[in-house]
Write a protein that binds this ligand. Sequence first.
Ligand code: SAH
Length: 336
Amino acid sequence: MEVFGATRAELEELAVKLGEPKYRGGQLADWIYKKDADDFDEMTNLPLSFRQKLEKSALLTRSKIVKRSTSRDGTAKFLLELADGQQIESVLLPYEDRVTVCVSTQVGCAAGCQFCATAIGGFIRNLTPGEIIDQVLTLQREAGRRVTNVVYMGMGEPLLNYDAVLASIRLLNSEVGISMRKITVSTVGIVPRIKKLQSEDLQLTLAISLHAPDDDLRRRLIPLAERYPLNELMSACREYAKATSRRVTYEYLLLAGVNDSPVHARKLTELLKGMLANVNLIPYNEVCGKHYRRPKSAAVNAFREVLEQAGIEVTQRLERGHAVSAACGQLRGSVK
Ligand code: SAH
């Protein structure tokens, strides 16, 4: 059995199956998740006989760091290798008052977003709950500080790997001690899964990759949006905000000459009117082989002003990580 990614209850069950008292499974969980042990040998308060049984019948699998690129502001992007040799990216963003990790949820992605580097290679496979939380613990170890925030904004579409993503969120919350309110799940807008997520009744932050204020443009940028028209998406978000009392974040990627004019900004204010919303403006990180360009800062500021004047709360993704290719799929692309 693979122990990394298992729940405390599953580990207790394993202990009993191996002829140990149930609480030994809890100690095992503490070693794996709280003390970040790599190996059964390190688990010195477990009886030697139990450790030997674990060596024989269980696995503790962690990723390997293949590459790390750090920018001057401290943002570090990691390329991690999984047990089967597949590679994923994770980003560490240390701030004064918090440490954020951005995790991947799939190897590759099926959404096919036109501007995105991850889309280039298509979908390969889903990550397991263990492979998702491994990213948080591995980067926490590298940071030498507790991770406080986790954003599901790396490679892949979290809501198309729903069960593993949910299991990983529950582990982060109960075992790693990360508050639900400090976990953000970003989606391209899979409407039925947004409804399902709402029914879990968690205090997560939902982020929607909107990127366009109308269906025509949105479908051109995000092929998967064809199946989920904006009116259905926005109504699911309205419901989510109402049911959870949590402000929904709308990510808006700014692509020069495509979706960044004041006319687009005004349409966006119309779309978000009266909603519990926060817009996160993201100036595009250019991807090799894609014809999209990052807008000039004057265009970004003008866009931002239209939103602010309409009373919409706007945050701008910092230029953090720009220098380390910290956009979805870029590091993996550059190594390949
Ligand atoms: N599939 C999910 C999460 C992964 S992408 C989603 O679509 O939300 C996380 C965010 O990064 C998305 O908003 C995505 O559109 C954006 N993104 C992708 N490529 C980018 C790039 N080259 N520059 C800036 N942001 C990018």
